[in-house]
Design a protein around this ligand. Structure first.
Ligand SMILES: NC(=O)c1ccc[n+]([C@@H]2O[C@H](COP(=O)([O-])OP(=O)(O)OC[C@H]3O[C@@H](n4cnc5c(N)ncnc54)[C@H](O)[C@@H]3O)[C@@H](O)[C@H]2O)c1
Ligand SMILES: O=P(O)(O)OC[C@@H](O)[C@@H](O)[C@H](O)[C@H](O)CO
Length: 388
């Protein structure tokens, strides 16, 4: 079986690549990082190391890589593939859609085998988004022709894979925990289920629970940690005030999830505990600038802060800690994050009230907007010099 995976980065090699390899796939990675592509081509294999006491290692072989800028070559690989996956970042999906469309076009004239395209990004409806971008490149005739043979099931992926700093540029250290959940209702007949993937009839509760617990808590630790001068999540989680913020935010998003999806309260409390334990894994070093990266995306209406806050409010819950995390995100200003730079420039030039409305979509008159603005001022008084 052949898989084409876009994005040979941390999650691509450390999670999706490893699982697909174990499930029997030969993998062609597609990436725009020339060095990464040539190393993968030259070696044809790489190692994944678990962040546990034994430092277990796994060899992923039967891999190759191609340059994502070479559309013809990528399309040919897709024409022969049984599965396409991505882990490039949700904002990059638009850029890879042309090559996927070209590959689908080549298949349309030949193979009738079903093809599944699964976006493994931190977003609600990632594969559906990708399908929309791909369809923009296909004529109505081809769209109709492939509608029954190409499917884009949405997915939720969970495994913490930090930035890597090893002598071996292909080695990737990952946490032991993983969960890859796929919407079975969008899978075509004849699909060979991927071993290790959890197929569910309705994905929404799973993706929202993951995004609004793991990622909500994670970014809360990152943004407050950054303001207090912590370099890593592990360091931030040693600060009792930050832990209180994280727990508070998870209580608020938990209230929303329990009310919306009728999750069992004790079960959800256990889920939160498992996640907090993962954040403090002593064998991982996960930088706050990675976890807080792209604050505009994280502040957007459908993402890990605003959506659970609005949902919690709908069910009558307080959202003080989620509002504080949004305020801390508005003060996140590492030098090499383009979204942080854009956000800071907008706040400087147009003011924080304008920026809150623009990036969160919250109405200027709403109670939540006011709460975020107040917390933003409060954080300014607590950290007058910004990050040390
Ligand atoms: N790292 C994690 O813990 C984790 C966990 C779950 C989900 N995710 C999600 O997975 C995605 C990737 O995250 P990551 O941490 O692996 O990032 P990463 O930066 O390590 O990897 C992204 C890779 O995509 C490549 N890329 C960029 N543009 C491309 C293009 N046009 N064509 C092909 N490749 C391209 C980059 O060169 C890079 O190698 C994100 O959506 C992230 O939210 C990450
Ligand atoms: O990848 P992002 O930028 O959406 O979020 C940063 C981290 O919270 C994220 O990568 C987690 O490590 C991951 O989602 C765990 O499954």
């Amino acid at each position: 079986m052949k898989a084409v995976h876009f994005g040979a980065g941390n999650i691509g090699r450390g999670f999706i690549g490893l699982l697909l390899h174990n499930a029997g796939y030969d993998i062609t990675f597609v990436d725009v990082n020339d060095a990464l592509v040539s190393q993968l081509r030259a070696k044809g294999q790489y190692t994944v190391k678990l962040a546990n006491e034994q430092a277990d290692t796994f060899l992923v072989d039967r891999v190759t890589a191609i340059d994502g800028k070479n559309i013809e070559l990528v399309a040919e690989a897709i024409a022969e593939a049984d599965l396409v996956t991505t882990a490039v970042g949700v904002n990059v999906l638009k850029s890879i859609a042309g090559a996927i469309a070209k590959g689908i076009g080549l298949r349309a004239s030949g193979s009738r085998q079903p093809l599944h395209v699964i976006a493994c990004e931190n977003a609600i409806g990632g594969s559906t988004m990708l399908k929309r971008h791909v369809w923009e490149h296909l004529s109505p005739d081809v769209q109709a022709q492939v509608e029954k043979t190409v499917a884009f099931p949405d997915a939720a992926v969970d495994r913490i894979v930090p930035l890597q700093q090893h002598e071996d540029p292909l080695l990737v250290t990952v946490e032991p925990f993983y969960e890859w959940t796929v919407d079975r209702s969008a899978v075509l007949p004849g699909h060979f289920e991927i071993e290790g993937v959890h197929y569910v009839e309705q994905l929404e509760p799973y993706i929202e629970r993951k995004l609004f617990t793991v990622n909500t808590g994670h970014c809360c630790a990152a943004y407050h940690g950054y303001l207090k001068g912590c370099a890593t999540i592990q360091e931030a989680m040693k600060d009792p005030d930050i832990v209180a913020e994280v727990r508070g935010a998870l209580k608020e998003s938990g209230a929303a999830l329990i009310a919306a999806y009728r999750f069992d309260e004790a079960g959800h409390a256990h889920y939160i505990k498992t996640i907090l334990d993962r954040f403090v894994n002593p064998y991982l070093t996960d930088e706050v600038v990675r976890v807080g990266r792209s604050p505009i995306r994280k502040l957007s209406p459908n993402d890990r802060l605003v959506r659970p806050a609005l949902l919690a409010q709908k069910f009558g819950a307080e959202v003080t800690h989620l509002a504080a995390a949004m305020a801390a995100a508005l003060r996140f200003d590492p030098a090499d994050d383009p979204e942080a730079a854009e956000l800071q420039q907008a706040i400087r030039e147009l003011g924080v009230d304008w920026a809150i409305t623009k990036y969160t979509g919250l109405d200027g008159q709403s109670a939540l907007h006011k709460q975020v603005a107040e917390q933003y001022e409060k954080l300014g008084r607590l950290h007058p010099q910004g990050k040390e």
